[in-house]
Design a protein around this ligand. Structure first.
Ligand code: ADP
Length: 161
């Protein structure tokens, strides 16, 4: 049985992420979605909120569990017994960073493989950071995120401004 880990900051989860999850569960017997709690990013949502939004977003998919982690991704992968780390690749921007990170991970934990899945063309331009900007400026984000995430975005932006 091959367990895979799909790590990310998911601030917040988008249809692009959910697409990768639904495809990865067709390949691996079990998928752990790892919500990295301390990325070097300006976060909008707390780790608890990111986990809850993700849990609700993938609730309809079996063989998936969502967990928060705060250490090295490869160490978390080992704790989960995951042999594979899954990442998503959009056409521009993602490749260099993912390549660099995969080489570093290979050095640190050679037994773990990184596998990248190409984005669904439909979600090519969807990123958490862009949709936060759109939401902040009053744009509609319902095409990019599930309803509960759109609501959470509105509530968060409304109460923090
Ligand atoms: P990071 O892990 O770099 O903080 P995210 O949490 O936004 O970034 O994304 C987690 C993973 O999902 C990364 O591999 C990222 O490239 C991928 N991803 C993000 N948005 C999309 C998308 N629209 N389509 C496919 N993969 C995506």
């Amino acid at each position: 049985m091959t367990i895979a880990l799909y790590p990310g900051s998911f601030d917040p989860v988008t249809y692009g992420h959910i697409d990768i999850v639904s495809r990865a569960v067709e390949v691996f017997e079990e998928l752990v979605i790892g919500v990295f709690t301390i990325p070097r990013k300006n976060l909008l949502f707390t780790s608890e909120e990111r986990v809850e939004l993700m849990k609700k977003a993938v609730g309809h998919i079996s063989n998936v569990r969502v967990e928060a982690y705060a250490d090295l991704t490869v160490n978390f992968a080992k704790r989960c017994n995951a042999k594979v780390i899954v990442r998503g690749l959009r056409m521009s921007g993602d490749f260099e960073g993912e390549f660099e990170m995969a080489l570093m991970n290979k050095k640190v934990a050679p037994e773990i493989e990184v596998m990248c899945m190409m984005t669904n063309a439909q979600y090519q331009f969807v990123s958490s950071s862009l949709l936060k900007e759109v939401a902040e400026l009053g744009g509609c984000v319902e095409h990019f995120v599930p309803k509960h995430v759109a609501t959470a975005l509105r509530e968060k932006l409304y109460t923090t401004q």
